[in-house]
Design a binder for this molecule. Sequence first.
Ligand SMILES: *Cc1c(COP(=O)(O)O)cnc(C)c1O
Length: 351
Amino acid sequence: MKGLRKITPYVPGEQPNYSDMIKLNTNENPYPPSPKVTEALKNFNPESLKRYSSVDNFELKKALSDKFKLSPEHFLIGNGSDEVLAFCFLAFFNSSDPLLFPEITYGFYKVWADLFHIPFKEIPLKKDFSIDLDDYRQNNGGIILANPNAPTGLFQPLEAIEKLLSENADVIVIVDEAYIDFAGKSAITLLENHPNLIIVRTLSKANSLAGLRVGYAIGNPQYIRIAESIKSSFNPYSVDLLAETLATAAIEDTDYYDKITEKICQTREWFIRELHAVGFDSLPSKTNFVLSTHPKLEISDLYQHLEEQDVFVRYFPTIERLQSYLRISIGTQKEMASVLTIIKDYLSQLR
Ligand SMILES: *Cc1c(COP(=O)(O)O)cnc(C)c1O
């Protein structure tokens, strides 16, 4: 057959569904969304669904505008940050020079570059898995970084990001802040002096709304407008009315989310310490997951064992440098205590 597309799709973590499983494989939030979201859902009038949803998502943009003290024109809303990122790739990366991103990062970047025929170059990480920004000093058609990066969990200091923005002032630099709430420092303060910066965020991780599918970009209005025109050329109503209503309620409830984020960070530090006590090495994480290895373990066996106990974590066998690592999302304190017990029992059986 002529004209058929060949493509290697993005493969997300599985979504198993057992009643008493511990699901730590896709960095979802273990805590429920804000009670304000529940309330907004109860008050939602199904009758309103007979109309199309809003094209400009003004209600949500207004909430974001209040939260970040930037005018609504600075925001683009999409059906998950995956969609926002796809719109941004189409809007900003049209050069014949390659798009640059780290060799180990969010797997979707490469998939979009392929899908949209964008030339790209993957830049190796340093030995300690950190990003060497000097390697990004080369001809390029744009840059995308996740900060903190996934699946390493490492955070790049803002001074480095700022340098990158200055050195690449003629292209768009996207900073994907999917995990920024878990202790990183947002690049949002750099927007004013660096119009080439686009920040992308999601409500899937820190806001416990992965199933709702809402994400947004923050950037200079002149560039956001271009991404908006991509959205309008593709699916103008991509954010449904219910999603916009519930996302707005979530954005307005900073107090609740500060509290659960703090709990997750505490559990993360506790879990890293406990893992260390039984011989694991973990990268210092500024996210809601840890990337850990154990010098004496065949990590794929541990992965298998955890799965047999209905504990789902993420293993990346196809990425060479990650073959001895597991990425473990941070669940509730109780879940992580159970996981730790399972891991300790496993270790003692091996002796
Ligand atoms: C989870 C994640 C996303 C996607 O988030 P959605 O809003 O659920 O599409 C984007 N980037 C990174 C780095 C992520 O980890």
